[in-house]
Design a protein. Structure first.
Length: 310
């Protein structure tokens, strides 16, 4: 099961993704992916170093994932939205090809920061493309978790990435800006039937909770207060999940139950993959590669565990 954390800048996406990733290890293997320009997830997880960034491995990743899919002529004609087809390499959560480091039972992957070389020549979307490719070719089952810390605001709509998840947690502070980002996301997500649950953060009072409930309605799943344990962690003190307040534990349990209750819909996943690839091909990729990339969509291909290679 894949879950994205989105929301306004500073709302707590990184903090809550790191707590959720650690918490989910109770039920199964967890991959956490830092897909934000500011790479802070490792720090929030307590990592001392970063694994090799996926953003610098785009060509290798494409080469690996295209396998011997005859619809993909060469690595250069594989773009971030190129969907898997017969012959493509499908990956499991723990595929050792993708570099990760291990902290507290969580495997951390990172897109990498925006480097000097990127300025002016590439945009962050090309790095996040590595995550899109991974998720497009990933066959994950129940009790396996991929947790992605996304860029702030509505930036993730710039690609089809936001449709690659079983569930999206929108982190919202009880402010007009917080619910503003929620509305923007909801309106976009509804059109694509993307399941969304709002997680309140930095709720200081019953009035704060009321504010969110009033503006978010049934989409409000649970919330976190100000956590002294999180603050202590930010101040560099050692941290373990057991240090969290009971209310935060309750919120994490509610989130994990919600994710586990979400039915996996591989058919929808495949439809979105084809739709966004078609858009991408027509918008720029056909022109950039001099090829008709819509032909990469394999109508015979069935998404999901039926096609897993051992
Ligand atoms: N529930 C909480 N209790 C205490 N501090 C919190 C809580 N949630 C977040 N914070 C603090 O708020 C700050 C912003 O949180 P965080 O970095 O997780 O936000 P973000 O949404 O990832 O930000 P960005 O958009 O910059 O990536 C951090 O200093 C974090 O420690
Ligand atoms: Mg962050």
């Amino acid at each position: 099961m894949r879950v994205a954390f989105v929301g306004k800048g500073g709302s707590g996406k990184t903090t809550l993704s790191s707590l959720f990733a650690r918490y989910a290890t109770r039920r199964g293997p967890v991959v956490a992916i830092d897909a934000d320009i500011n790479q802070h997830l490792g720090l929030a997880l307590g990592a001392t170093g970063q694994p090799r960034p996926l953003g610098g491995m785009l060509t290798e990743i494409k080469d690996y994932l295209r396998g011997d899919n005859p619809r993909i002529r060469d690595t250069a004609s594989m773009v971030k939205t190129t969907p898997p087809g017969c012959g493509s390499r499908l990956v499991r959560l723990d595929d050792p090809f993708f570099p990760s480091s291990h902290i507290d039972g969580v495997s951390l992957m990172v897109t990498g920061p925006f480097g000097e070389d990127d300025l002016g020549v590439a945009c962050y979307h090309s790095k996040v493309g590595a995550v899109e490719l991974y998720l497009n070719h990933l066959v994950d089952g129940p009790g396996e978790y991929v947790v992605v810390d996304m860029t702030a605001g509505a930036d993730s709509f710039a690609s089809g990435l936001f449709t690659r998840f079983d569930l999206t947690f929108l982190v919202a502070e009880p402010t007009r800006q917080g619910v503003g980002v929620y509305r923007q996301y909801r309106d976009h997500a509804t059109g694509f039937d993307v399941p969304l649950a709002v997680v309140g953060n930095k709720i200081h009072s019953p009035e704060d909770a009321d504010f969110l409930r009033e503006h978010v309605g049934d989409d409000l799943l649970t919330w976190f207060g100000h956590s002294p344990a999180v603050r202590a962690m930010e101040q560099g003190r050692p941290f373990a999940l057991g240090d969290l307040e009971p209310t935060a534990h309750h919120a994490l349990a509610t989130m994990l139950d919600r994710l586990d209750a979400q039915p996996k819909d591989w058919a929808k996943f495949g439809r979105h993959a084809a739709e966004f690839h078609t858009r991408n091909a027509r918008a720029w990729a056909n022109r950039a590669t001099g090829d008709d990339l819509v032909a990469q969509i394999d109508p015979e291909f069935v998404y999901g565990p039926a096609v897993t290679t051992p």
